[in-house]
Design a protein around this ligand. Sequence first.
Ligand code: RAM
Length: 905
Amino acid sequence: MPNVIAMIAILSRKPAFALVFLFLVACTGALRAQTVSQLQPTVQYAVNPLGIDETNPVFGWTIPESQRSFRQRSYQVLVADDPALLTPATANVWNSGLVTGAVSSGITYAGKPLESRRRYYWKVLLQGVKSPDTLSSDVANFEMGLMQQSDWRGDWISYPFGWVGRVLYYRCVFPAGKPLKRARAYVSGIGYYTLKLNSKKVGNCVLDPATSDYAKSVYYNTFDIAPYLTANNVMMLTVAPGWYGQPKMRLQVELEFTDGSQQSFTSSDMRIVTLGPIQRAGILDGEYYDAREEHPEWWLPTDTIIHGLPSKHWGVAHSVEPPGGRMRAQQLEPIEVVETIRPVAVSQPKPGVYVVDAGQNLAGWAALKLAGKRGDKVELRFAETLYPDGTINQENLRTAAATDTYIFKGEGTESWEPSFTYHGFRYIQVEGLSKPPAGDELLVRRVRSSVPVSGTFNSSNPLLNRIYKMVQHTEASNLHSIPTDCPQRDERMGWMNDLTVRIEQALYNFNMARFYPKFLQDVVDTQHEDGDITDTAPYRVGGRPADPVSASFLLLAAESYRFYGNGHLVEKHYTALKAWVDMLEKKTVDGVLEYSYYGDWSPPAAFSVNGQAYGALSKNTPGNLMSTGYLYYSAALLSKMAGVIRNPSDSIRYAQLAQRTAAVFNNKFYNAATGGYGSNNQSCNSFALFLGIVPADKLQRVVANLKEDVVKHDFHLTTGNLCTKYLLESLTENGEVEAAYRIATQETYPSWGYMLSKGATTLWERWEYETGGSMNSHNHPMMGSVGSWFYKYLVGIVPEAEHAGFERFTIRPYLPEHLQFVEGSYHSVKGMIRSSWKKEKGKVQFTVTVPPNSVAKVYIPAHDPKSVRVNGKSLKAAGITASGTTAQAVMADLQPGEYHFSSKW
Ligand code: RAM
């Protein structure tokens, strides 16, 4: 990151984000436009979303590669409540006017107040730089959910007496005999619910609603239920405890018919409740399903199946104390089964005990398709590792039972999978079968928040490729409506310290444009009035105030802006972010932030504090060095965000706090005798370098010390979760990419290659292989920052905060000596970016794709600037002007397109 002086310089320029507003011109004149159906318009980063509750949603679009020559000079967004009104003269909800600039994401709505339940139609008209080029999107739409708390008419309801903690099945029968215009169900059931209509599950989502601090925010889903309805309908809503002790539900169904009549009912009208086949369900312990308790007659659209209320079988649910939180529309991708895989092997370590190997550590569950006698029981126990005898080892799950049970009803082939739990596992121990499961009898479901994959990476080194996959699989296993630390044991928490170094990796690998705003709200929900936040969000464990290393709070907003141009998110939470930084500042003593719980957490055992009953504190990396460094980092991030929202006084104020803190940090932690920071270890020096606050006259020595320490450890890291990121990055940025590469490709302990050599398919929580009952998850993203190093430095694609949303970005690959080729891509909000290079015969071939409506500052690798050719021509002949050179590259700004460079190497 730039040092604070450079940052103030940046701030004194007007951010690009602000510029577009300065050129806002009211325009009602019609643009004649070519309609481009692939213009991909989004609202809240979703295509035609249903049930959003953002009062100022953000709009965006992506210009397809087929329109590469189109450079946007201005845009005009039109919103109307009738698609026929989508002209500049008639748009009756919002006409943005003609806004100059190439910005195409994070455009904040500024029209009439949006109303609950309403569907709005919109399109964007684009004018090109080369007049009279114009483009127009197809008509898109978005529909609002229940925006006001008063829109909810029904009560929260829950169990009848005596059914505490059970899985509850609510049932109701209703007619819908006339032609429908619109049918919506607004549903929340905490911990988790499933909604079925006429025996079909509504939606592909599982484990809804998104988890949260229910006392602050409760998420609800909006469903279009029209496709599920017939003249007479049976609705069943099943609610399980999930993360919540007492399952509670709230629902509102609204039907509108074409004849203008309406019909609705709420949870208050849906009190008939019973118990069913899911006898127990716990997020950590698993699910117990007795198929003998299934009742096909429930689906008969009549109430005659219920004999008296209350009865042995049917009870009356009661209105209960609401969970307390604001009802919020769930706007992030739902959790879904994203893939089904066939096990790679089945063994029989003991008679009657089968162990299924999924071939990969993952999060999800098993789906059964088996026949059995009525009352026969199959038990599935999930684990990450095996004992030497081949049976599963669940010790590291601690108190989580991670066991699913299925009781057969005895009616031919029965299909089942759980509804209200998920597991982190590679192995499943199956008991209760007389022969090993084969074919489709047991399949493995991969389950996660269905955020799209956004990046690819491949290289000439198979080890790097395996590490890349390991990181991506680990991240994927830990996206369940919050970024969990692990998916298997009795924890699964959104740890803020881990996220600080995880966030950038996740942003390259997955599209987090919708996921992170929700998690940011979770963090804000933990905030105390004095500004402190907690170590985990939603707040379930950890300390308050959070460890100062939790810069992830700021990064959630700052990175959503850098990657997706979402300035509105920054604006929305700016006060909360500021309150946290102010609180940190208040806790300083002479500028030093003394409190620290975790610091550079979980380094290799030899570098941890010995004798800790639990945990893995760094022995040689002072906590107050980490905390004070993070105060600098947080203040610097906040200063930049103040710039984004055009608050120059805060921008300067926090830049000054950053500058003061940098000075304190240098005074207190730089040691002139050693020429390094703190204990002069890898963590302390790399962190100072990463922060960009090492004074110029000391820089060389600090880098030399860092390199020396790496050499001393034979190119092994000694860092914990945080500084592992800074180690790779600061070496690379300070001329030592070879050292970074050797650390990244190390195969002996401690390293990623070592994990792989021990059979890891996902990252461990510790650098050591441990399987006992302590802190040793085998699917833990916090050590995975090497994943962002691949994208940032080997592929070289880097978004720029000063030109958010890929308005401009950098492509700067580093070419380590022993790597022959790298190819990678990133699907940005502007479209697909590609970068690949290959060394051959004294040359390097370098190919890049710059997406439409963007500009890339590209570092073309070249040992001799004059040797650079593009598509066979010299740069000059191709009309490309070099903007500078480095020892290894020629720099040039490239317009959208695909370029093939070659040069001497
Ligand atoms: C453990 C987990 C988590 C970590 C916290 C501080 O519970 O490993 O990921 O960061 O400690």
